[in-house]
Design a protein around this ligand. Structure first.
Ligand code: SF4
Ligand code: SF4
Length: 150
């Protein structure tokens, strides 16, 4: 056997040994959706609007988050002017969202009126379902997640 053949045979055996070893090892892939991944604390999942102690939305309808959003997927709909300014609707298109978190950083409200959650199961076949309005953005995502499993 020439030198070239010896080298090739050695490489082949190394490759085969690795394949056989992996075949008898415990699989490290997660069997989703039966198994769920626990996100890291700083994971940026689906966004939610937050409430104060009385259960009111903290949002003051300033629009800073919408201006900070690099893809313009936030729409803050308001009514009235000055102190009479009221939040009418708050819409995020998660089909466009980058989950960058800049909207949360831009929010001037103490304790933040908008937050990233650890919820990540928002995949759908219908793009329209990825547009969340003010009601959907206050959903209890954990309960929602459970309702999907029924
Ligand atoms: S996470 Fe980023 S892309 Fe998504 S709404 Fe906020 S600013 Fe926009
Ligand atoms: S920046 Fe905060 S307070 Fe202002 S509109 Fe967005 S969520 Fe509401």
């Amino acid at each position: 056997m020439g030198l070239v053949q010896k080298v090739l045979m050695k490489d082949l055996l190394i490759g085969l040994r690795r394949t056989v070893t992996y075949n008898y090892q415990k699989a490290i892939t997660m069997q989703y959706p039966k198994e769920k991944w626990t996100p890291y604390p700083r994971f940026r999942g689906v966004i939610r609007l937050t409430h104060d102690e009385e259960g009111n939305l903290k949002c003051i309808a300033c629009g800073m988050c919408a201006r900070a959003c690099p893809v313009g997927c936030i729409t803050v709909k308001t009514e009235g002017k000055g102190k009479e300014r009221k939040l009418v609707d708050f819409v995020i298109d998660f089909g466009v969202c980058l989950f960058c978190g800049l909207c949360v950083e831009a929010c001037p409200v103490k304790g933040k009126a908008i937050e990233m959650t650890s919820y990540y199961e928002a995949a759908t076949y219908d793009r329209n379902e990825m547009i969340f309005d003010i009601n959907k953005l206050q959903a209890d995502y954990k309960a929602w997640e459970r309702s999907f499993k029924k």
